[in-house]
Design a protein around this ligand. Sequence first.
Ligand code: UTP
Length: 289
Amino acid sequence: MTQSFKPVRKAVFPVAGLGTRLLPATKSMPKEMLTVIDRPLIQYAVDEAREAGIDQLIMVTGRGKNSLVDYFDISFELEATMRDKGKDLSVLDSSRVPYGELITVRQQQPLGLGHAVWCARHVVGNEPFAVLLPDDLMAGTPGALKQMVDAYNEVGGNIVCAEEVAPDKTGSYGIVTPGESRGKLTEVRGLVEKPKPEVAPSRLGVIGRYILQPEVMDVLDAQETGAGGEIQLTDAMARLIGTQPFHAVKVDAVRHDCGDRAGYVRATIALALEREDLREVVREAMKQG
Ligand code: UTP
């Protein structure tokens, strides 16, 4: 008999960070509004969440982030003008959110990812929920979160998305102490935030997609700080290990870290090469470059 787990219907998008690695671009514009081809990073993440069955989008915003919320609103003047001119409005479809399905909460100070997630605790309530970091653009079909939800439906509990990271890069990730592996799933026996390569328990690094049980909020209530003086999600997740099932899953998707200059450029090139209308132009430009 297969077990059934409480469905994952809510997704938290922490978008209150300062995006200092991309300054000056992110001085007055949220990092998550940076555009890859023709849509902002937040749109890719929201599309991925919807595909995975999420119907409650919870955005954790901060000062200067209002354009992220406006983006999902109706743009009355724009639509009226386009309609008058007989232009096709379907190009705006994915940027419309059904009434009441986007909820925003404020993280008044960027005290860390764990703190940002905790700011959504009253909206998350007592349900499992997903967390998507929009600056990790995941290119895959089906999307990364859909693949994770499929894994969740098999094993329940907490699931982090993970990939093998370069040996000298463990200090940029939460790193897994791995247990048994079965296919794409690896049991998580421990988690450590940003370990130096010489003390890292593996090279299995957590990337910006999570499915978490609501109990993580109780751990975050303690507001304990970790690496970099921030309230770390990794530390809170680590406290759940042993009390609930905890797995890492390697999804079939390519991650582009758009919070970093090189990753952002690579994402733009990779996605352009996948598009029929742009492929040839980009190939030609690269040949000439
Ligand atoms: P990052 O560390 O990549 O984002 O956090 P950052 O702090 O904005 O970027 P840099 O390092 O200064 O360039 C990952 C995600 O968590 C959010 C960020 O917005 C990003 O989506 N975050 C981070 C918050 O919402 N609040 C925080 O306090 C920290």
